[in-house]
Design a protein around this ligand. Sequence first.
Ligand SMILES: C[S@@+](CC[C@H](N)C(=O)[O-])C[C@H]1O[C@@H](n2cnc3c(N)ncnc32)[C@H](O)[C@@H]1O
Length: 349
Amino acid sequence: MNIPFEMQEAIEKLIEERSISKIRDCVSSVCERYNNESGRGKTLVKNEEEAVSYAISRMPGTFGAVKSTIKAFKEALEGHFGNDAGGETEIGFQSLADIGSGTGAAVWAAASEFDFEKITCFERESSMIEIGKHMLSYGEDVMKNAEWVQGDAVKGKDGGFKADLVTASYIMNELKQEDRNGFLKMLWDTAEKAIILIEPGTKAGFQNVLSAREFFVKNGASVVAPCTFSTECPLTKDDWCHFSCRMQRSRVQKFVKGGDAPYEDEKFSYIAVLKTCLGEEISGTDGMKRTNCIGNDARIIRHPITNKGCIELKLCSERGIEDVKVTSRDKAQFKAARKAEWGDGWWTT
Ligand SMILES: C[S@@+](CC[C@H](N)C(=O)[O-])C[C@H]1O[C@@H](n2cnc3c(N)ncnc32)[C@H](O)[C@@H]1O
């Protein structure tokens, strides 16, 4: 996947005005801070120079992760509502609030999938806001006109605004454990219709996604993706649900991040929910009320393995985790399996 041309232009403008070697040094110090100091509620990007290095090194990957997530969300909604989902009819998303916007990667991704009329970016750090505004000034009018609200997302109250769709990417892992419920409450209170939370595709990132899933479902949400159901997650403790998207790397990205590979694989975990209760209400074994959800029958949670005349799929569905072999004898399913990728929905016929 490539980032939008205009986003690339905005990044190039940032580089034009600065020393690329200095940016490279900043990328490694910010990276080190992220590795060692996440999860403590600290400011990890400390000035404008570091915000620039964050934009150059991280925006393509986070754009890819959020866009992949939103595509899966839309596809699952379409499975339920028909092809008008996400459009103007059954369930439309006219406004977006992005919490912990940073330099605005999630806004670029969401605006490439939905036609919003209003966008609000909520962010704590002034340096991120400044570079985020620069980045969005290269986007469509709705992005140029985005309202930036400076504030703290862990106070357990909304930011004084609402939006149909609320996104939050790569922020929860930065917060102190004790602040995370307040943050989830803010997402919940801000969203009119749906919430999409994206975290790094690590065990820790997945644990955050799991606790968000539990919080949202307890409050009455229906899970839309990646799960095709809202009952308990069937993965065992030593496994984690994550996905990947391949992003092309520019010359500058190769320089600031090191290495010659023409691409990078961004690993991410996510949860997308609708605040409304869809489907039949059921009681989980823990007594929690949940809705029996929508869309795809199952999701492919590993790379499919192709053998001669047979494709092996690891599927997650309400039935649990299943290893399914699709053989060439079943022509329609085999044709679908040949096109299927890790992260796709899967309908068993
Ligand atoms: C890793 S960056 C992710 C930025 C952007 N969402 C993305 O995916 O590229 C996390 C962002 O969350 C912001 N942040 C962290 N804690 C916050 C808080 N308590 N309230 C508001 N923003 C916060 C940070 O300043 C930073 O810009």
